[in-house]
Ligand binder design. Structure first.
Ligand code: ARG
Ligand code: ZN
Length: 844
C-alpha cells in the first residue's frame, strides 16, 4: 500500500484526553486505555478508525458499555455516538518478543519504547497520526524500581508510578521506561527562573559515563534560550540510555530515549568524535522540544519540518560551541558522502516526499541534512534579522499545532514580504542541481555566468530552475580580497552577474560556506586551486580548494596512472607545517576525499570506477606523502601530541585529529614503532584507537588487537569499535571474509542494531572490500539482511541503502548486485520496509 500527500484528510474526532495504565510483564503486558473522543461536526471522514498492530484485544467499551469492534489489518473500526464519548480498551502485548524494537520492547531486562513514527499502534488502539494531539496521564504498575513516562511525576507508591503530561502531543512522542536504572542528577534554572530537575538514567555500571552528556544538555538548554528565546516547559527532563535501539535517539516529550552510543561517554571508552557527536545529538533531541514537540508535523510527509529545522539548529549550536568553519566543512563532507549519492541514485526523493509505503524508510539524509541545507539557504536569502523575525512568528503563530511546509514558508513570506513560491521547489524537486560556471573579464568588469540543471530522478523527469543563493568573493592577483562576500540570488536556468571597477582579472571564490547544496562545475587549474588554498578568506572554500586538488590528483592517478600531483603534495606540506593554522582545519585538509567519493566523481565524468584502482591510488598517494614528509614527521608528531589530562574540547580534539593523521603517515615509514608506543601509553580511547588503527592497517597490530579485545570485551560500545575496525583495516580482498568470520564471533548478534551496524556498516563502508570483484561482500550483506529482516525490518531496510550506488559500477558487479537484490526481494515473508527499499533500488 502506498500513501500519498495529496490524500490528506483530518481525523474525524478530537481526542480530549488520554489515560493509560500499564501492567508490566515481559511476555504479557496489559495496557488499559481510557480516551475521551468528541466527533468533529461536518468531518470529511466520520469513520471511527483506530490504528492497532500486533495487539490482542481483551475488551472494549464505549461510555462504559461493552462493544465488539470490527478488527481490520491495521486497526479497528467501531460504531460510536455522535456526541462526545469515552472509549475504553484493554489489550495485551508482548514486549519480550518484540525484536523489531518498535512500540514497547525490552532491552537487557528494561522496558522501553520507540513510537516514532508509527510505533504507538503496537501499544494500544489509537489514532496514531501526528495531527491528533492530546494530554496524557499514565500509570505504570510493576516491580521495576524506576518507572518513567512523559511530563511531570504526579504520584507513586510501592509498585506503581503516575505521570501527567500537560502539553498536548501526538502519540509518536509517547514514552515509557521501566527497569533497574540509576540516575546522574542535576538541575537547570530557566530564563524565567524555573528550576528543572534533570536526570540521565543508565544501567548500573554506566553511572561514570553521564557527566559529559549532562553538561551538553545544560549547554543546549541555555543556548536555546539565548539563540531562539525558547524555554523548557516541564518540571523535569529525563534522558534514558538504551543499548538496543534502531536509531540515534528520540525526542519523546520530557523523556528522551537515546541509543547508549549517543549519550554514554568517558575518556577511556569514547573517542573525540564520539564526544562531539553526543553533544550534537543531545542538543538535537532537546531542541525538538520546540521544533517538533510544541510545533509538530501535520503528517509524515512534513517530516523535514521538524527534522531539517532541528538539524539546522543543532549545527548552529555546534558551530557556536566549537569551530564554525570546522563544523561547516565536516557537515559538507557528510552531505556529499551520504546525501548526494541518495539524491543521485534510485532512492532519490524530495525533501518533502509525496508518497511512501513505509515512513521509516524516509528518515534519510535528504530529509535531515538536505532539509537543514534548505533552511540555511532561506536564512542566507532573507538575512539573519529576518530569519529571526520569521522564526519568532513561527513559534507565536503555530505553538500547539501540527503544521506543514506551507505554514513554515508562510511565516517567512509574512515576515519579509518575499514570494517564496519558487524557493519552494527545494522541497518538491529531488536531485542535486549541477551549477556550471563560466567567467569573462573586460575593462575592469568581471562577469560570472551560471547555468543550473538537475538530472532526472525517479518519478521526476523534468526539473524547473530553483532559487540558488551563491555566495561569492573575489581575490586580486596578489591574494588580497578585492570584493567581499556577496550573495548572488540565481533564479533563472542561466544567469550572469557582474562586478565592476576591478584593476585586474580576479580569482573568484564561489559558493563560500557552501551556500547551496549543489555540484559546482568549473573549468579551472590546479594553480588557481592552490592559490585559493593559500589565500581565500573563506575557510570553507580554502578547504574546498584543497579538496579539489586532492580529487583531481586521485582522478589523474586512477585514469592515467599519473604520479601524485607535485604541486598538491607541496601545498599539503606547507599547510601541515604552518602552525598558525587551526589543527582541526589542517586535519580536514589532510583528510583525502573518500574512495566512494572518487568513484562518484569518476562516474559523473562518464567513467566506470574500478574500486581496486581507487584503493591503490589512495595507498600510493599516502605513501608518497609520507616519504616526502619523512624528515618532518617525527617533529610534527611530537608538536601535535596532546599531553596532560584528557579533555574532549574542540582545540584538544582538533589537535589529536591532526596528530592521528600524522601518526598514520609515520606508521608507513617506521613499521609501527611510534604507533605501538602510543598504544602502550594511551590513557584515552582516542589515542588508543588511533594507534590500533595504524597498527592494524600496517598488519602489525595482532597483539594489540588481542589485548584491546581482552581489555574491553565487557564494554559493548567499545566492542562495536573493535568489530568495525577489524573490517575497516582489512585489505580489499579479505574484508568480506573477515566480516564473515566476525558474524560467527560469540559476541556477534543480530539482535543488537549497533553490533549489526558495526559489522555490516563497516563492510559496506570499505569501498574496495565491499565492491571486490568476487562479489563476496555483496553476498555476505544480502545473507545478513535476509536473516535480520525476520527480526528487525527497520534496521534491515536502512542497511539496504548500501546497494544504492550500484549503477556506478561495471556490468559484472551490477550483475552480482542484481542477483543479491533479487534474492532479497524474493525472500518469503519479506517485510514491507525491506520490500520497498529493494524494489526502489532495483527499479532504477
Ligand atoms: N525523531 C528522531 C530524531 O531525529 C528520530 C527517530 C526516528 N525513528 C524511527 N524509527 N524512524 O531525533
Ligand atoms: Zn530529529
Amino acid at each position: 500500500e502506498t500513501f500519498y500527500l495529496k490524500d490528506y484528510t483530518p481525523f474525524g474526532f478530537e481526542v480530549q484526553s488520554v489515560e493509560l495504565t500499564f501492567r508490566l510483564a515481559p511476555g504479557a503486558t496489559r495496557v488499559q486505555s481510557r480516551i475521551h473522543f468528541a466527533p468533529k461536526p461536518g468531518a470529511a471522514n466520520p469513520e471511527f478508525f483506530l490504528h492497532g498492530e500486533q495487539l490482542s484485544l481483551i475488551s472494549a467499551a464505549v461510555d462504559g458499555a461493552p462493544v465488539t469492534p470490527t478488527l481490520t489489518e491495521g486497526g479497528l473500526t467501531c460504531n460510536v455516538p455522535d456526541q462526545p464519548f469515552v472509549w475504553e480498551a484493554e489489550v495485551e502485548i508482548d514486549p519480550q518478543g518484540n525484536t523489531a524494537l518498535e512500540g514497547l520492547y525490552m532491552s537487557n531486562g528494561m522496558y522501553c519504547t520507540q513510537c516514532e513514527a508509527e510505533g504507538f499502534r503496537k501499544i494500544t488502539y489509537y489514532p496514531d497520526r501526528p495531527d491528533v494531539m492530546s494530554t496524557f496521564k499514565v500509570r505504570i504498575e510493576g516491580d521495576e524500581p524506576v518507572k518513567l513516562s512523559n511530563g511531570n511525576p504526579t504520584a507513586s507508591g510501592a509498585g506503581w508510578a503516575e505521570w501527567h503530561d500537560p502539553w498536548p502531543k501526538p502519540a509518536y512522542l509517547f514514552a515509557l521506561v521501566a527497569g533497574d536504572l540509576v540516575n546522574h542528577p542535576d538541575s537547570f534554572t530557566t530564563m524565567s527562573g524555573k528550576e528543572v530537575e534533570l536526570n540521565i538514567w543508565v544501567r548500573p555500571g554506566d553511572e561514570g559515563k553521564c557527566a559529559f552528556g549532562m553538561e551538553a544538555l545544560k549547554k543546549s538548554m541555555k543556548w536555546d534560550e539565548d539563540a531562539y528565546g525558547r524555554e523548557y516547559d516541564l518540571d523535569i527532563f529525563n534522558i534514558v540510555a538504551v543499548d538496543d535501539f534502531n536509531m540515534g535517539a528520540m525526542e519523546n516529550k520530557g523523556l528522551n530515549i537515546f541509543n547508549s552510543s549517543c549519550v554514554l561517554a568517558s575518556p577511556e571508552t569514547s573517542t573525540d568524535a564520539n564526544f562531539e557527536r553526543i553533544e550534537a545529538i543531545i542538543a538535537h533531541e532537546y531542541f525538538h522540544n520546540w521544533t517538533g514537540n510544541r510545533i509538530t508535523c501535520r503528517d509524515w510527509f512534513q517530516l523535514c519540518l521538524k527534522e531539517g529545522l532541528t538539524v539546522f539548529r543543532d549545527a548552529q549550536f555546534t558551530a557556536d560551541m566549537r569551530s564554525a568553519p570546522v563544523k561547516r566543512i565536516s557537515d559538507v563532507i557528510d552531505l556529499r558522502a551520504r546525501q548526494f549519492p541518495e539524491d543521485g541514485g534510485p532512492l532519490a526523493h524530495p525533501v518533502r516526499p509525496e508518497q511512501f509505503q513505509e515512513i521509516n524508510n524516509f528518515y534519510t539524509a535528504t530529509i535531515y541534512e538536505k532539509g537543514a541545507e534548505v533552511i540555511g539557504m532561506l536564512k542566507r536569502l532573507v538575512g539573519d534579522e529576518d530569519y529571526a523575525k520569521a522564526v519568532t512568528l513561527y513559534f507565536d503563530r503555530h505553538d500547539g499545532q501540527a503544521c506543514t511546509i506551507e505554514d513554515w514558508l508562510k511565516v517567512f513570506e509574512d515576515a519579509t514580504g518575499r514570494d517564496l513560491s519558487q524557493f519552494k521547489r527545494w522541497y518538491s524537486q529531488a536531485g542535486t542541481p549541477h551549477l556550471k560556471v563560466s567567467e569573462d573579464y573586460a575593462d575592469g568588469t568581471y562577469t560570472l555566468t551560471f547555468e543550473q540543471s538537475t538530472p532526472p530522478t525517479p518519478g521526476q523527469p523534468d526539473k524547473d530552475p530553483r532559487v540558488i543563493p551563491i555566495a561569492v568573493g573575489l581575490l586580486g592577483p596578489n591574494g588580497d580580497e578585492v570584493c567581499a562576500t556577496r550573495v548572488l540570488e540565481m533564479t533563472e536556468a542561466k544567469q550572469s552577474f557582474t562586478f565592476d571597477g576591478l584593476a585586474a582579472k580576479p580569482v573568484p571564490s564561489i559558493l563560500r560556506e557552501f551556500s547551496a547544496p549543489v555540484i559546482l562545475e568549473r573549468e579551472t587549474s590546479n594553480a588557481e586551486r592552490a592559490f585559493l588554498l593559500a589565500h581565500d578568506t573563506d575557510p570553507f572554500n580554502r578547504w574546498e580548494a584543497g579538496n579539489a586538488l586532492a580529487r583531481e590528483a586521485r582522478v589523474a592517478m586512477v585514469l592515467e596512472g599519473a604520479a601524485p600531483d607535485a604541486d598538491y603534495l607541496d601545498a599539503l606540506q606547507k599547510l601541515l607545517r604552518d602552525d598558525s593554522q587551526d589543527p582541526a582545519f589542517r586535519a580536514l585538509v589532510l583528510s583525502p576525499p573518500s574512495q566512494s567519493d572518487i568513484a562518484q566523481t569518476l562516474f559523473e565524468r562518464g567513467h566506470v570506477p574500478d574500486p581496486q584502482k581507487i584503493f591503490d591510488a589512495a595507498e600510493t598517494f599516502a605513501q608518497t606523502l609520507a616519504q616526502q614528509l619523512a624528515d618532518s614527521l617525527p617533529r610534527l608528531y611530537a608538536d601535535t601530541t596532546v599531553s596532560g589530562a584528557y579533555s574532549p574540547d574542540a582545540i584538544s580534539s582538533g589537535k589529536r585529529d591532526l596528530n592521528g593523521r600524522i601518526l598514520s603517515l609515520l606508521t608507513r615509514l617506521d613499521g609501527g614503532q611510534q604507533a605501538a608506543r602510543q598504544y602502550e601509553d594511551a590513557d584515552n580511547m582516542t589515542q588508543q584507537y588511533a594507534a590500533l588503527t595504524c597498527l592494524l592497517k600496517a598488519e602489525k597490530g595482532d597483539a594489540q588487537s588481542q589485548a584491546f579485545f581482552e581489555q574491553w570485551k565487557g564494554d559493548r560500545l567499545v566492542m562495536d569499535k573493535w568489530f568495525a575496525l577489524q573490517i575497516a583495516s582489512a585489505a580489499p580482498e579479505t574484508a568480506a571474509s573477515v566480516a564473515r568470520d566476525l558474524t560467527q564471533h560469540e559476541l556477534f548478534t543480530l539482535k543488537n542494531p549497533n553490533r549489526f551496524r558495526a559489522v555490516m556498516g563497516a563492510l559496506a563502508g570499505h569501498h574496495a572490500g565491499f565492491h571486490h570483484a568476487s562479489g563476496a561482500g555483496y553476498r555476505l550483506l544480502a545473507e545478513n539482511l535476509i536473516a535480520l529482516d525476520k527480526l528487525n525490518p527497520q534496521t534491515t531496510a536502512r542497511m539496504c541503502a548500501a546497494f544504492q550506488t550500484w549503477k556506478r559500477y561495471d556490468a559484472d558487479r551490477q550483475a552480482l548486485i542484481r542477483t543479491e537484490l533479487e534474492r532479497i526481494a524474493g525472500t518469503e515473508g519479506l517485510s514491507r520496509d525491506t520490500t520497498e527499499m529493494v524494489t526502489r533500488i532495483l527499479d532504477a
